[in-house]
Design a protein around this ligand. Structure first.
Ligand code: ZN
Length: 320
């Protein structure tokens, strides 16, 4: 009999639902846009519909389902599974776990998306089994997950791992969270897009604009294209982003002394050729030598599916 896991990666812009076997082989997946501005009840209905559809398409028998796991942007309380004041979803207080259980009539594992991602890496990534592991996603936002001594580290109430809101520049740009100089406000995809808009308004960034479709706003992708062509402004902005990421990661390395730092997220993976080596160099130069011994800093091999792999891992470890 097959042993199957259904995983759902709920994001602020898209919902990725997938079905996988217990070895992490993804049999199928489906991506849809998150209904914009919809109330949480509607989004929950959409998630349940997609789970039902996946089970129908793959002709899954009830007894074949080993578990269902849903990943959500944080903050998410643990163990209750309540989404609280989530800037990405625009939700104030939604009891995600309880509502999903009520709608489906079955147990559901709910976990913050970055926690799922670090579990995915821990079970299925190149550094699998590495007990002291940090995962950092650099995408529209910046977030992270921590595996400490082989256990997912959630903190006292579930709020650990908010790496994007580490201040890396006192008095810096104001962040969505209300503070100033957060890593997310300086080194995320949104931060870059905002900075590029400012530059364009001031008549700068012409090289980056030539890489941008007319009428559209430049973002990390266009910045990368211009940098690869040797554009000086693009390279300068990227080096600033690299420094901010390096500061944040070096801080984390000195606090946690991990064995591996795994980087992922759309922006990081899309600009890997431009970002990874400078970030590695910055980190290696700014940490204690003890913490540098055998430290791996690399990009995930699991790509966009890392959270789905995490859903499989979360189900498997729950039942072991
Ligand atoms: Zn912040």
């Amino acid at each position: 009999m097959r042993e199957l896991v259904v995983g759902v990666d709920l994001g602020g812009t898209k919902i990725l639902a997938g079905i996988a076997d217990s070895n992490g082989n993804i049999l199928g997946k489906k991506r849809i846009l998150t209904p914009v501005g919809a109330d949480p009840d509607h989004v929950l209905d959409v998630i349940v519909d997609y789970i039902t559809e996946l089970l129908r398409v793959y002709q899954v028998q009830k007894e074949e389902i080993r578990g269902v796991a849903v990943a959500t942007p944080g903050p998410l309380s643990f163990p209750e599974g309540v989404v609280r004041n989530s800037p990405n979803l625009g939700w104030q207080r939604v009891n995600l776990k309880q509502e999903l259980i009520r709608r489906t009539g079955r147990p559901i594992i709910v976990e913050k998306d970055t926690n799922m991602a670090v579990l995915g890496e821990y079970y299925f990534g190149r550094q699998r089994g590495c007990g002291d592991l940090l995962y950092i996603t650099v995408s529209t936002g910046v977030g992270g997950g921590v595996v400490c001594a082989g256990e997912l580290y959630r903190g006292h109430a579930g709020g650990a791992g908010e790496i994007g809101h580490m201040v890396v520049e006192a008095g810096g740009v104001t962040c969505n969270c209300g503070r100033q100089g957060c890593l997310e406000a300086l080194a995320s995809g949104n931060a870059i897009a905002r900075r590029l808009d400012e530059m364009v308004k001031q008549g700068q960034g012409q090289g980056i604009l030539t890489c941008t479709t007319p009428g559209e706003h430049p973002g990390p992708r266009e910045l990368g294209m211009a940098a690869r062509q040797g554009d000086k402004e693009a390279r300068l902005l990227l080096s600033q982003v690299t420094d901010y990421l390096g500061i944040g990661i070096a801080n984390l390395v000195n606090i946690f002394n991990p064995q591996a730092i795994i980087l992922g997220g759309g922006m990081m993976l899309g600009l890997k050729d431009l970002l990874l080596e400078p970030v590695q160099n910055y980190v290696y130069e700014h940490i204690f030598s003890l913490n540098r011994d055998n430290l791996v800093v690399e990009c995930t091999s699991l790509g966009d599916d890392i959270v789905l792999y995490g859903c499989v891992a979360a189900v498997m470890r729950e039942r072991v």
